[in-house]
Design a binder for this molecule. Structure first.
Ligand SMILES: [Zn+2]
Length: 343
C-alpha cells in the first residue's frame, strides 16, 4: 500500500508537469482528486483496513491529498501567468481614464496679463514672498510710523522685542517689493512685470482673504512721461477687457509714486450704463499707478535726474472676479473641483 501511494504521487507529478493548459490540468486533477479519483479511492478504502494498517496508511494518504492540492494550485497559477504573457494586454478591459487637470483661474489671469505685457516689451521676474521691512516699506518710501506697518496690517516673522524695528522679516504685503529687488541688481532701462502671493491679516469674507495675488509692473528709461503710463495701460486694458474699454484716472496717494493715480475702466458688464457689479457708477477700479517717486531712485542708487519711470499694480483676484462674474473670493482657495472645472 505504501508503494502504491508513492507510485500514485510520482505519476501525478509527471502528469501535472506535462499539462499544457487549464483543461488538461483539470482532467489530471479529476483523475487524482475527483470524487472517484485515485487519491479519494485510497482515502475511502481506509474504512476497510485494520487499525494497524490505518495508522500507517492514513497519514500518508492524507499528506498526499494535501500535497496534491498544493501542486495543482501552483500549476494553475503558472499556466495563468504564461497565458497573460502570451496574450499581452487584455483589450476588452475598460482603460484607466487619466484625470485631466486645469489651469487655476487666477493663474489663467496672470498668464493672460503676462502675455499682453510681454507683447509690450516687458520681462517677467519672480520675487521672494518672505521679505524684510526694508524692501516692503522703507525702500518704497513708507515711513516707520505708517499705519500699514502696524502688526494688525502686516504678518511679521520676528518679534519687535528681539529684533530692531526696521529690520524685521515679514510676509510681503504687496508685490511692489519686486521693484526694489530688481532696481538694486540692475541698471535702467527696465521694463519688468512680477506677480505672486501677498499676505495681510484681514478677516476672511466674500471680498477679503489673508492671502491674495497681485501683479506689479514698472518701466524706467530716459524721458518716460505720464503719457507713456497712460499709453501702456490703455493698450493693456483694451487687450484684456475689449477694444471698447475706456479708462479714467483719479488722483490718489501712494508713498512710492508721485504723482499717483487710481485707474478705473468702463464697466465690462454694462459698458458704462450702470449695473449691480459697478454699483451703478459705470466704472470699475482695477489699477493703482503713478510716476516712480525720486526717493525710490535715491535708495537704489539711480540718479533721479537721469531716469524716470512709472509703476502700476493690480489685484489678480479682483480682475478674475470681474472677468468671470465670480462674487466670492473664497471660491478661489477652497479647492472645490466643481468650481475649478468651469475654467
Ligand atoms: Zn456696470
Amino acid at each position: 500500500m505504501e508503494d502504491k501511494i508513492k507510485n500514485i504521487e510520482n505519476e501525478m507529478l509527471k502528469e501535472v508537469e506535462s499539462a499544457k493548459n487549464r483543461d488538461g490540468l483539470e482532467q489530471v486533477r479529476i483523475k487524482y482528486l475527483g470524487r472517484k479519483g485515485l487519491i479519494s479511492e485510497i482515502l475511502s478504502s481506509l474504512g476497510g483496513m485494520s487499525v494497524e494498517e490505518k495508522r500507517k496508511v492514513g497519514p500518508l494518504a492524507n499528506s498526499l491529498k494535501i500535497n496534491a492540492t498544493a501542486v495543482f494550485q501552483e500549476k494553475a497559477r503558472r499556466l495563468e501567468k504564461e497565458k497573460t504573457k502570451e496574450e499581452g494586454i487584455d483589450f476588452t478591459l475598460p482603460g484607466a481614464r487619466p484625470e485631466i487637470g486645469r489651469i487655476h483661474p487666477l493663474i489663467k489671469t496672470i498668464n493672460e496679463i503676462n502675455e499682453i505685457f510681454i507683447g509690450l516689451g516687458f520681462r517677467i521676474v519672480e520675487s521672494p514672498e518672505i521679505e524684510t521691512e526694508f524692501y516692503n516699506f522703507k525702500a518704497l518710501n513708507i515711513p516707520l510710523d505708517h499705519p500699514s506697518r502696524d502688526v494688525f496690517d502686516t504678518f511679521y516673522l520676528d518679534s519687535p522685542e528681539k529684533t530692531r524695528p526696521g529690520s524685521r522679516r515679514l510676509l510681503r504685503s504687496h508685490t511692489s517689493t519686486a521693484q526694489i529687488r530688481i532696481m538694486e541688481k540692475e541698471k535702467p532701462p527696465l521694463q519688468v512685470l512680477s506677480s505672486g502671493r501677498v499676505f495681510r491679516p484681514d478677516a476672511v469674507d466674500a471680498s477679503h482673504s489673508f492671502m491674495f495675488h497681485q501683479m506689479e509692473g514698472f518701466m524706467i528709461n530716459k524721458n518716460i512721461r505720464f503719457s507713456d503710463l497712460k499709453g501702456v495701460l490703455t493698450q493693456f486694458s483694451r487687450e484684456m477687457f475689449g477694444p471698447e474699454t475706456k479708462m479714467r484716472f483719479r488722483p490718489h496717494f501712494f508713498p512710492f509714486t508721485e504723482p499717483s493715480v487710481e485707474i478705473d475702466i468702463s464697466c465690462i458688464i454694462c459698458g458704462g450704463k450702470g449695473c449691480r457689479v459697478c454699483g451703478n457708477k459705470g466704472w470699475l477700479e482695477i489699477l493703482g499707478a503713478g510716476m516712480i517717486n525720486p526717493k525710490v531712485y535715491e535708495t537704489v542708487g539711480y540718479d533721479p535726474k537721469a531716469w524716470s519711470g512709472f509703476a502700476f499694480g493690480m489685484g489678480i483676484e479682483r480682475i478674475t472676479m470681474l472677468k468671470y462674474g465670480i462674487d466670492d473670493i473664497r471660491l478661489f482657495f477652497e479647492n472645490d473641483l466643481r468650481f475649478l472645472r468651469q475654467f
